[in-house]
Design a protein around this ligand. Structure first.
Ligand SMILES: *[C@@H]1O[C@H](CO)[C@@H](O)[C@H](O)[C@H]1NC(C)=O
Ligand SMILES: *[C@@H]1O[C@H](CO)[C@@H](O)[C@H](O)[C@H]1NC(C)=O
Ligand SMILES: *[C@@H]1O[C@H](CO)[C@@H](O)[C@H](O)[C@H]1NC(C)=O
Ligand SMILES: *[C@@H]1O[C@H](CO)[C@@H](O)[C@H](O)[C@H]1NC(C)=O
Ligand SMILES: *[C@@H]1O[C@H](CO)[C@@H](O)[C@H](O)[C@H]1NC(C)=O
Ligand SMILES: *[C@@H]1O[C@H](CO)[C@@H](O)[C@H](O)[C@H]1NC(C)=O
Ligand SMILES: *[C@@H]1O[C@H](CO)[C@@H](O)[C@H](O)[C@H]1NC(C)=O
Ligand SMILES: *[C@@H]1O[C@H](CO)[C@@H](O)[C@H](O)[C@H]1NC(C)=O
Ligand SMILES: *[C@@H]1O[C@H](CO)[C@@H](O)[C@H](O)[C@H]1NC(C)=O
Ligand SMILES: *[C@@H]1O[C@H](CO)[C@@H](O)[C@H](O)[C@H]1NC(C)=O
Ligand SMILES: *[C@@H]1O[C@H](CO)[C@@H](O)[C@H](O)[C@H]1NC(C)=O
Ligand SMILES: *[C@@H]1O[C@H](CO)[C@@H](O)[C@H](O)[C@H]1NC(C)=O
Ligand SMILES: [Zn+2]
Length: 706
């Protein structure tokens, strides 16, 4: 996963985590009531065959395979073939599809701190090799680096910029801190890392250093008395978060082929629009302490800066600096290449060729391990393929096509999925019903999901069919305890993005830890099989129950005669986005006429009543043609929400109802064309997007009209 999900929740009770998780997910209250204990829903005979097939023993074997070989994007074709082979063994048709894309790989880097008195500090820049964790010592272990980072060097005084959002830079300017020509040191968390580097660059800074702060580790820290990995559940002090510095909120995919699939002979665009020009290097907290400490007493201290999560948990004052005469010298050398990447694609043809359910997970990892990100999800989808194989062996066929995807190069910027969607968008537009994504399938034992509104109901219903972690408690109850019944709006950060922005509904599921669970070493060498079997999911039970869940969800979507998608919930959810927009407008002195949007929502709501009535009529009359008509409306209506031309200055992002925030990259903004233009003071552009969004909702309403 590109994204640092709610891996470490900062609230303990978890019931009210909405604002509290690390990257500030935008939960829309689902309005679901929680009963004391939810009874398990019964299974059909076919569902029983599927869930009985799922075993934590085979999942542990798949996990072992994926976590003991180098599989950075574009480096392991045999792993793609192995994956397709497992699917074929279970009766799926499968092939490996390649694209030729721009990537870059690390060659060399250096970083040193020179105090004004001339003495120096030399950071480690690499993660410690641990005897207990064999893959940390592999000779081909992956160095710490940023994907798509710029080659270059910089030497200058440096400034702490908090989490590196535009507002952090605005605050520094307001305080009179000199930032131009300096190097930025920024904390991870909040916005997507590429946007931190982008903001530094746009503010005239010449290099960026990103560090992990233990304030993001919940209660499980060495300071609270926990031993560090591998001896205990706290963060290993040398752990470094690798990751892409692409400008995710502008567009994902191959930076050189925006809007079209990457072939060897494809025309290539300049990468400047979506990748930085200044070098950046990620470091551990143990390396960050002396660098931050060198700023203590210089510039403005962290408390006075008074910005969200500016002050972390390290023993420093989080002063801005710069410290006169104290400098950093850094260099970063990357090798730029055009290289093949490989998606594995499996298919079970349905009896009805014009409806398709797609299931996807990425396979590439930043490290040899990748036990949670992404290969917990990879092990789960191999197990899912086996479960469907049990039914196929009995001559079973689903009503709808099922397409299973193992993406490459997600980590650099959703590259494998974006290129594939760009290639198959005409067929997807005609037939895709839903896309089901699983990235970090298990980094702990608490399930969560984000989804488009029509999937909320089926997603929670299926959770009531799954017992959780070898107990009689339902997955629904575990999920409810963790999220308070909140279902996130999809922003970006994993492979659902290209689907959403072509008007295809999607869900992103996973399981993670709470603030009192072992710290997940995101994008670090310690996201390994050893960590997983000792801390993350020791018996592969979260893997096992997530596999049962995803299999049942896919089965229900692929086989139900009447598609179990609730269109009315779009009306409900959009009312929430609308009242957020009203609040946004009312919180400023600017005005904006959104009455056309109000009317469009009313129109959409009344059309949802029509389709519900038609659905009941189809069910009562058992009229197959009518059922197909309703199903096709449910399949198609979201295509209306996408607009040619996309959002202002980012044509890729076409969905006018939600998109990743321009300055967040992960977290969503609702009615983004309107909201972001309005907040930026571009009232005429906001008005233009009131019209476009209104039109989009009316197109969707027209599709469900009966
Ligand atoms: C964990 O931290 C939360 C606040 O962050 C606190 O309320 C809770 O008591 C802590 N739990 C433990 C076991 O320390
Ligand atoms: C690809 O991954 C497999 C399985 O982890 C591993 O055995 C193999 O060595 C890797 N290939 C390369 C080229 O590193
Ligand atoms: C890598 O960096 C080291 C130290 O800065 C330098 O001596 C060496 O020449 C560099 N190698 C390459 C290939 O740039
Ligand atoms: C130089 O300054 C640093 C930071 O204040 C200090 O740790 C170090 O001991 C000093 N070195 C000398 C030689 O004075
Ligand atoms: C910090 O900022 C908030 C508003 O963002 C304000 O309410 C608070 O008083 C400020 N605190 C200090 C110490 O300035
Ligand atoms: C924090 O740092 C100061 C010096 O900067 C040192 O005196 C103190 O012992 C440190 N505290 C801890 C808990 O390490
Ligand atoms: C695989 O493809 C073959 C040939 O096109 C077809 O006959 C078969 O039904 C397909 N199998 C599945 C599971 O879709
Ligand atoms: C299976 O579905 C794919 C995609 O619709 C289609 O190209 C292919 O011809 C189908 N195969 C069979 C055997 O129906
Ligand atoms: C689950 O429920 C069944 C039947 O009520 C009971 O026999 C079994 O012991 C329970 N298992 C657990 C783990 O609570
Ligand atoms: C599978 O789960 C069982 C408990 O249901 C556990 O005893 C066993 O150790 C697990 N196997 C693996 C390989 O983790
Ligand atoms: C669809 O969801 C809405 C909540 O948004 C609910 O009121 C309604 O009953 C659901 N429709 C069906 C057919 O389940
Ligand atoms: C927001 O503004 C609208 C019109 O400007 C007004 O009708 C409404 O009462 C305001 N709502 C709130 C919560 O202030
Ligand atoms: Zn991932």
């Amino acid at each position: 996963m590109l994204l640092n999900i709610r891996i470490q929740l900062l609230c303990a009770a978890l019931a009210a985590l909405c604002q509290a998780c690390l990257h500030e997910r935008h939960f829309q209250a689902s309005g679901l009531a929680k009963r004391q204990e939810t009874p398990l829903s019964p299974l059909s005979p076919e569902e029983q065959i599927l869930v009985d097939s799922v075993s934590n023993v085979s999942i542990s074997e798949w996990s072992y395979y994926y976590t003991h070989g180098y599989h950075v994007a574009g480096k392991n074709m045999s792993m793609a073939e192995w994956t397709a082979d497992r699917w074929r063994e279970s009766g799926w048709n499968a092939s490996v599809v390649s694209y030729n894309v721009y990537l870059n790989y690390p060659v060399n880097k250096s970083l040193s701190l020179t105090y004004s008195n001339g003495s120096t500090f030399q950071p480690l820049l690499e993660e410690a090799v641990l005897d207990a964790d064999e893959t940390t010592s592999y000779p081909n272990r992956v160095p710490t680096f940023h994907g798509y980072s710029a080659s270059g060097s910089a030497e200058a005084e440096f400034v702490y910029v908090g989490r590196g959002q535009q507002e952090d830079f605005a605050r520094l300017k307001e305080l009179g801190v000199s930032i131009e020509g300096k190097i930025a040191i920024s904390r991870y968390g909040g916005p997507f890392r590429g946007l931190k580097v982008k903001n530094a660059q746009e503010n005239g800074m010449i290099g960026a250093i990103l560090f992990t702060d233990t304030a993001d580790d919940g209660n499980i820290t060495e300071a609270n008395g926990y031993a560090a990995y591998p001896d205990g559940p706290a963060r290993n002090p040398t752990a470094v978060q690798r990751g892409s510095v692409q400008y995710l909120s502008i567009h994902p995919g191959d930076p050189t082929t925006p809007g079209y699939p990457s072939r060897k002979d494809s025309p290539r665009a300049d990468t400047q629009a979506v990748t930085p020009r200044i070098p950046s290097i990620p470091i551990s907290y143990i390396d960050a302490i002396p660098i931050l400490a060198a700023l203590d007493g210089y510039g403005v201290d962290g408390g006075t800066v008074n910005r969200t999560r500016w002050v972390g948990a390290l023993n420093v004052s989080y002063s801005t600096g710069p410290a006169p005469g104290t400098t950093i010298s850094m260099s970063n050398l990357m090798e730029d290449v055009y290289t093949d990447i490989w998606n594995s694609i499996g298919i079970i043809n349905g009896t009805n060729p014009d409806e398709t359910i797609i299931i996807g997970n990425h396979r590439d990892a930043w490290i040899v391990g990748g036990a949670a990100d992404p290969n917990s999800g990879t092990a789960i989808i191999v197990e899912l393929s086996r479960a469907f194989g049990k039914l196929l062996a009995q001559g079973w066929r689903p009503r709808r096509n099922i397409v299973l995807c193992s993406w490459d190069a997600e980590e650099y910027g959703l590259v494998g999925s974006t290129e594939w969607v760009e290639e198959y968008v005409p067929w997807l537009t005609d037939t895709a019903v839903s896309y089901l994504n699983i990235d970090i399938g298990a980094a702990g034992a608490w399930p969560y999901f984000d989804a488009t509104p029509e999937l909320h109901e089926i997603s929670t219903d299926v959770m009531k069919k799954v017992p959780w972690m070898d107990t009689n408690r339902t997955m629904y109850d575990a999920w409810f305890e963790y999220t308070g019944g909140g279902i996130g709006v999809l922003g970006s950060g994993s492979d659902y993005t290209s689907f959403i922005h072509n008007g295809i509904g999607a869900i992103d599921i996973g399981a993670g830890g709470g603030s009192d669970d072992p710290v997940y070493h995101y994008h670090s060498n310690y996201d390994s099989y050893h960590w997983m079997t000792n801390f993350g999911d020791p018996k592969f039970l979260a893997h096992k129950y997530m596999a049962k869940y995803l299999t049942l969800l896919a089965y229900n979507l692929a086989t139900a005669e009447s598609l179990p998608l609730n269109v009315s919930n779009w009306a409900t959810q959009m009312e929430g986005y609308y009242s957020d927009l009203v609040d946004t407008i009312n919180s400023t002195s600017d005005t904006l006429d959104i009455s056309p949007l109000r009317s469009a929502l009313d129109e959409f709501t009344s059309r949802t009543r029509e389709i519900e009535a038609l659905e009941q009529q189809a069910a009562a009359s058992k009229d197959a043609a009518l059922t197909t008509l309703v199903n096709h409306k449910k399949r198609d209506f979201q295509r209306g929400f996408v607009s040619q031309g996309g959002l202002p200055n980012r044509e890729f992002y076409k969905n006018l109802i939600f998109a990743p925030g321009m300055d967040t990259g992960y977290a969503p903004t609702t009615f983004p064309g309107i909201t972001e233009s309005f907040l930026a003071g571009n009232i005429s552009v906001a008005a233009e997007y009131v019209k476009k969004t209104t039109d989009a909702i009316l197109v969707a309403a027209n599709i469900i009209k009966t």
